[in-house]
Design a protein around this ligand. Structure first.
Ligand SMILES: [Zn+2]
Length: 158
């Protein structure tokens, strides 16, 4: 293959990659993943996927919890981008298991944060936590098996 043909081939491949959505190409495994943001959790290796090759839509947050944004992302992934299965991965030694919610609230207040006026979404200023709901919103947990089962139940689209 000549250099010109190689460059044309590489360009075509990259263009197809960039246009996956427009071409209707789902992620390679038709898989969604919701997991913890913990950098110690090698989710690609654990699941045998390659994030850099487009194997799955991976959503990470503190604890790997089904939150409003996880639901938003999963809904789009399943309804428009070909995802057929969602895997939820929670883990032991999670930072979300390191303190009771009330302890976390006290630590954040001691740092000077106003937890009574949390803006959930800067684009939706009317969306606010009711007073006293911050600790529940943080969703600290103590039993990883229990929290994982709960997340699976939350992820089922009804
Ligand atoms: Zn974690």
């Amino acid at each position: 293959m000549t250099l010109k043909h190689q460059l044309e081939h590489d360009f075509k491949h990259r263009q197809e990659w960039a246009l996956r959505r427009q071409l209707g190409i789902p992620n390679n495994r038709r898989l969604g993943v919701c997991t913890c943001m913990d950098e110690r959790l090698p989710i690609d290796d654990a699941l045998g996927i390659r994030g850099d090759r487009g194997d799955a839509h991976v959503f990470r947050n503190a604890g790997g919890l089904i939150t409003d944004d996880a639901i938003r992302s999963a809904m789009l992934s399943c309804q428009f981008f070909g995802t057929e299965e969602i895997v939820i991965v929670n883990h032991t030694e999670c930072g979300m298991m390191s303190a009771h919610a009330e302890t976390l609230v006290k630590a954040l207040r001691d740092k000077g944060l106003n937890l009574d006026d949390i803006q959930l979404d800067p684009a939706l200023p009317d969306l606010k936590l009711e007073k006293g709901a911050f600790a529940r919103w943080m969703k600290m947990f103590s039993d990883v098996d229990e929290i994982c089962a709960q997340q699976v139940d939350f992820a089922i689209i009804r």
